[in-house]
Design a protein around this ligand. Structure first.
Ligand SMILES: O=C[C@H](O)COP(=O)(O)O
Length: 242
């Protein structure tokens, strides 16, 4: 068990949800368009507007300013394409970019291609529980200067993270990532009861979309579900730690 509970990453589909997630105390507000895939991306103009809102939170004295991440889309595992996509997202000023590393013999080359970008933007590599994730990539992510690594699910119909990987395996993932200086997140159709199973694994964050929404992951963010998630994480009092 870590000394503190995991933080809460909430994926949001628009600026209104972004504000709801901030007000509801998310530790990371994650800009993701769930209708476009596991790591569906917001458009660059929408990301630019989100960065402006995020900056306004600090200058406007918001009671709580979460970290801000954005997904780079479900890209093919082609080094030049993945670098271009991540560079486009980073170019909007989003401080943390989540890049999907789908199962492929070229995933390692994609990580290497992102190293120059990782030197100037915080990158999170995302592995996928339903694709038999290769934990060998963790060392490469650390060597290439990534800030963190997450596990999510690629096919949202294939079951949740906990149906694909057991807590022991997830603990090995967290331990290996930590050994390489990477922050960790676990996600993938998580339900709120999964918090009791996954918090003891010790990730830095648990990530949610579907469980926070009315109408599933392509529905709308529900502040009541967000509050419940915070409560279950033991984050109910005061605002988060970032
Ligand atoms: O990064 C976290 C994800 O947005 C999780 O989405 P999901 O809970 O719908 O699988």
């Amino acid at each position: 068990m870590t000394e503190r509970p995991p933080g809460l990453l909430a994926s949001v589909a628009d600026l209104h949800e972004m504000e709801l997630a901030r007000a509801g105390g998310a530790d990371i507000v994650d800009l993701k368009q769930p209708a476009f895939g596991a790591l569906g991306a917001w458009s660059p103009p929408a990301l630019t507007a989100a960065v402006m809102l995020w900056n306004a939170w600090s200058s406007g004295g918001a009671d709580h300013r979460p970290a801000l991440s954005a997904t780079a889309g479900d890209q093919p595992m082609v080094p030049a394409l993945i670098l271009a996509a991540a560079t486009r997202i980073a170019g909007t000023g989003v401080p943390i970019v989540k890049v999907g590393l789908f199962a492929s013999p070229h995933a390692g080359a994609c990580i290497e291609a992102l190293a120059p970008l990782a030197a100037r933007t915080r990158l999170i590599g995302v592995l996928f529980a339903d694709e038999g994730p290769d934990f060998g990539h963790i060392a490469t992510l650390g060597r290439c200067g990534f800030a963190g690594v997450m596990i999510d699910t690629a096919d949202k119909r294939s079951g949740s993270l906990t149906e694909h990987l057991d807590p022991l395996t997830l603990g090995q993932f967290v331990g290996e990532a930590r050994r390489h200086g990477l922050m960790t997140g676990l996600a993938g159709s998580l339900k709120l009861p999964d918090i009791a199973t996954l918090a003891p694994v010790g990730p830095d964050y648990l990530g949610f979309r579907g469980a926070l929404c009315a109408g599933g992951r392509t529905g709308t963010l529900d502040p009541a579900r967000l509050a419940l998630a915070r409560e279950k994480l033991g984050l109910s009092s005061g605002f988060p730690r970032i």
